[in-house]
Design a protein around this ligand. Sequence first.
Ligand SMILES: NC(=O)c1ccc[n+]([C@@H]2O[C@H](COP(=O)([O-])OP(=O)(O)OC[C@H]3O[C@@H](n4cnc5c(N)ncnc54)[C@H](OP(=O)(O)O)[C@@H]3O)[C@@H](O)[C@H]2O)c1
Length: 268
Amino acid sequence: MGKKEMKIAFVGGGAMGEAMVKCLMTKKVAAPQDMVVSDVNRLRRELLSREYGVNTLADNRRAVENVDLIILAVKPQNLPRVIGEIKGLALEQLVLSIVAGATLSSLCQGLNHPFVVRAMPNMPAQIGVGMTIWTATAETVQKQKELARAILGALGKEIYVDDEKYLSMATALSGSGPAYVFLFIEALVDAGVHIGLPRDTAQELVIQTIFGSIRAVEKTGKHPADLRNMVTSPGGTTTEALLQLEKGGFRSLLLEAVAAAYKKAERL
Ligand SMILES: NC(=O)c1ccc[n+]([C@@H]2O[C@H](COP(=O)([O-])OP(=O)(O)OC[C@H]3O[C@@H](n4cnc5c(N)ncnc54)[C@H](OP(=O)(O)O)[C@@H]3O)[C@@H](O)[C@H]2O)c1
């Protein structure tokens, strides 16, 4: 988008606020002088202005004055206070919230404002390879949606959905997903060590194997089961391992784990 004149205010300059500032600058979606970050934490303000050259403020109300986009990036428990502070200040601006569990209706009612986008990024967004799912209120106009897409696209991939119910499902899949994958990586490396490989060798083997498998799914467009069959020769070693995984309920365990995360996300 590269709109030099577009002004963005971040309320909350923690891990995600910083990641967004960094990605927007790297992808040239926004320039530092067009971004203001408001945070209660002095150390965060100092770090953000020093590292990225953005304006920083301690006053949320002042930060959101005269901007085109307000990004809410505080923890859920701090959101009610922030909403109380900025209520009535958002006029034509788009408000984009990445706060987990904060629904469109609670944001609209709290802020008394119709133009709201709710997004759920994930942790790899912090290095520009995130997966973000987002939705918007019916009142949000096309131009505002394009703005949201440009901002969220700077964090990696983004998918728009027109039904908010998919956000808690995505929270369980792509939001929590990196934790499942990190656990999988850790366990596979441990398995390599268990059978006698040096830990650093095991780690390199595992990471490249996962990376290569992802690329194979992407590049071939084949069903994962077809690709799995290609590496499973009759009576071979792979099938021995797969038997143990099936016996241990690997597939149903994953289904149940994601369903449990979804249930929790719905309760938040
Ligand atoms: N981290 C992720 O991977 C991830 C992924 C998806 C969604 N999210 C969502 O993103 C949001 C931010 O997460 P985060 O990991 O960036 O949290 P974080 O690192 O704790 O950042 C939040 C920042 O906001 C500051 N803050 C607290 N109260 C404030 C207030 N009233 N006004 C202005 N600033 C205030 C905090 O300061 P103090 O530390 O001094 O309180 C902190 O610097 C959360 O709602 C989370 O659900 C995060």
